[in-house]
Design a protein around this ligand. Structure first.
Ligand code: DAK
Length: 263
């Protein structure tokens, strides 16, 4: 891999987009390598992912404008599909993904962060959807995910004006869950990932699925999705150990990591 690094620490996988000379902009190769990296994650042992960018200035400064500038309509559509497929893979990845946004998150950079389950950022982070200034629409799901995360009015304002926002505004509108000094961002992301990782993995996966799938349907259908995924947790070792520890009032055991089984 030239542009992606992947490291596993305990039960946490850290994926870094590593193309700092172009502020980690997403060209076809980055997207292909990211896709292959996700395929290589051992979700039997890794329980949460952190996605970040290399360097201290940029998470991802967008899709690669140089590569896009000469695309035909058909090539533009194919490039859009390549990005959308990998973003969707992230969004529906069986384990939670935390975006640790360490600087610019523009265009495709903002969009890839929105494909993650949770976003936290450094205080130098800048978010924006500048596409209309470049003569295109957001093409990696920005028109859809931004509205779902920050609401229709704020999403329309950001997209129509192409105006960037700083970390504090991203926090205020709910685009990120927390803001940290740059040097504290990765430790905070890993701590958050570990807090998720020590919980029962089947339950965490099912929560992700229930939230994601439930948001796409009406409430009656959504409740049925939740019921099925709730039921699915029973008779698993996670559920037996989790509830058993509580009933035994064994605080030590309660804090222990439940073995990963029954998937
Ligand atoms: N693409 C390619 N190279 C980029 C880049 C990008 N998005 N962003 C930065 N770079 C490169 C710069 O060209 C420069 O390269 P060298 O000149 O050194 O070779 C290097 O990174 C450093 O950038 P700057 O010198 O510009 O650094 P500054 O600190 O002065 O400025 C900046 C940082 C982030 C404000 C500036 O680089 C900038 O404005 N970058 C572009 C940001 C942007 O507009 N991003 C959105 C891209 S549009 C679709 C699929 C996808 C999309 C749309 C449709 N379909 C097919 C339907 C997605 C679109 C986008 O993401």
């Amino acid at each position: 891999m030239e542009f992606i690094t992947y490291e596993v620490e305990e039960m946490i996988g850290v994926i870094t987009i590593n193309r700092p000379k172009a502020l980690n902009a997403l060209n076809s190769q980055v997207l292909e390598e990211l896709d292959a990296t996700l395929d290589s994650v051992d979700v039997g042992t890794v329980r949460a992912l952190v996605l970040t960018g290399a360097g201290e200035k940029s998470f991802v400064a967008g899709a690669d404008i140089g590569e896009m500038s000469t695309l035909s309509k058909a090539e533009g559509e194919a490039f859009g599909k390549k990005g959308n497929d990998v973003f969707r893979k992230l969004e529906t990845f069986p384990i939670p993904v935390i975006a640790a946004v360490n600087g610019f998150a523009l265009g495709g950079g903002c969009e890839i962060s929105m494909s993650c389950d949770i976003r936290i950022c450094s205080d130098n982070a800048i978010f924006g959807q500048p596409e209309v200034g470049l003569g295109i629409t957001p093409g990696f799901g920005g028109t859809q995910r931004l509205a779902r995360i920050v609401g229709v009015g704020m999403a329309k304002q950001m997209i129509y004006t192409a105006r960037n926002i700083k970390a504090d505004e991203a926090y205020r509108i709910g685009l990120v869950n927390a803001v940290y000094p740059l040097e504290e961002l990765m430790p905070a992301a890993k701590k958050l990932a570990k807090t998720i990782a020590i919980n029962a993995p089947i339950a965490v996966r099912n929560c992700k699925k229930a939230i994601n799938e439930g948001l796409d349907v009406d409430m009656d259908q959504a409740i049925v999705i939740e019921e099925k995924l709730f039921g699915d947790c029973f008779e698993t070792e996670d559920q037996k150990a989790g509830m058993g520890n509580f009933l035994e009032k064994d605080k030590e055991k309660k804090l222990k990591v439940v073995p990963f089984k029954n998937m």
